[in-house]
Design a protein around this ligand. Sequence first.
Ligand SMILES: [Zn+2]
Length: 480
Amino acid sequence: MWKSCLGLTRPRAATLASRSRILSRNIWRSSVVKTNAGLAAHLTQAAASAAALRPRSSTVAADLSEQLPDVSPDDLPIISSGDRKVAVGWDTRTWSRFHNIWLRDHCRCPKCFHPVTKQRLLNTFEIPPDIKPVRIESKPQGLEVSWPSTEPHISLYPWSWLQRNSYDPVIKKTETVPEKILWGAKIEQSPPSVTYEEAMAGDDKGLFKWLTNIEKFGFSFIQGVPPTPEATQKLTERIGFIRETQYGKFWDFTSDLAMGDTAYTTLALGAHTDTTYFTDPCGLQLFHLLSHTDGTGGASLLVDGFYAASILKELHPDAYDLLSTVNIPSHAAGEPGVLYRPSPPSGYPVLSHDAESGELVQVRWNNDDRSVMHGLEPGRVEEWYDAIRKWNSCLTSPDSEFWVQLQPGTAWVVDNHRVLHGRSAFDGKRRMCGAYVGVDEYRSKLAVLTEKFAPDAVLQATSELPYVVVNGRNIWNSAL
Ligand SMILES: [Zn+2]
């Protein structure tokens, strides 16, 4: 899955890139057709009022028009309709099939889908199970389907949307999300970083750069932060709400064991992710060393869990499978007032994957917080200990560990679902502050900034159609 190159690895390029480009040309060409008679025919009063909110004009589409030559109508996908499905031929060899009921359920005309709230209006359960189009047409804008109805009901599905959501077969995604770059110790040569000024600037460009760093690398430094809790808290809140935990909302602490956790000691801490004992571990952690007096040590350790996992998968695929399937129970019990365990209490595996794409999406690992392993099959106990020993070797290999001695003024933020952190032992007095941000807040902010600064070029081509972009968001947005 991941290809290694000088310690940096990236996912394989999307296979359908060239086909997408051809499709996007078709769709761009269609966007010069200002109205769609079918859609216009059944606009409701509600939708008409929504139209008062003017669709945002597209700057990207304007740029594209100069690059893309005109395409003949011969390039439109070939379509055919059967008793239960509509088939779309992207080229002579690749066809997608969509069930009639699925298409009807996904109509996004203003009667079926609220263009402002982006919520389904259609009553799915009133669709006849054997529904069949009365007519289908391959249009430059997309697949047009007329449904049997007392009044005309016409759906239009953009080609790019159909291709993206093809399930029979699944077509390799060509999303424009930033690709993840896996890294090892060599990242020290140029770690991803933004300045405090960039991150705080009101135009959000620097914030987008910061969050894109986190998306690509799983962490980012922020330099030039005033060494105060107040400035650090403001910086954190640029991303979203701070997630309050048993350690408080925004923490500002010294190594005095004020809380019952080893983080509040001077001990070395091996690479781990935080809050493994939560059902939903904290998404981001921001950390800032405010001062270190009368002592030395306390270097920060960062390890890319996705990189370590890619090495484990390559060298020990059986161990990787065990870490992906055996649940680990864990707890936080150092404070008398709390006793955290995840739900369900059997916990979660070290490596979690997206059920649909199979991609690694989360690393959850803190051996110190692990509870009793009573769920292991007797025959796999030694095998499992062997697997975590191999995992530990991948994490603690000099090739994986990025050590950095931070000074006040430089904060780091890690994706706690990917990058593990730790530190060396220290003496003297350290004052540290930081906070957690929930994964959903972070993802939402990144998605909104991506819409603003890196809009989906394929979607832009649909934005000229009526009722497609209302309140600045396209109804065919891949997130909906
Ligand atoms: Zn409809």
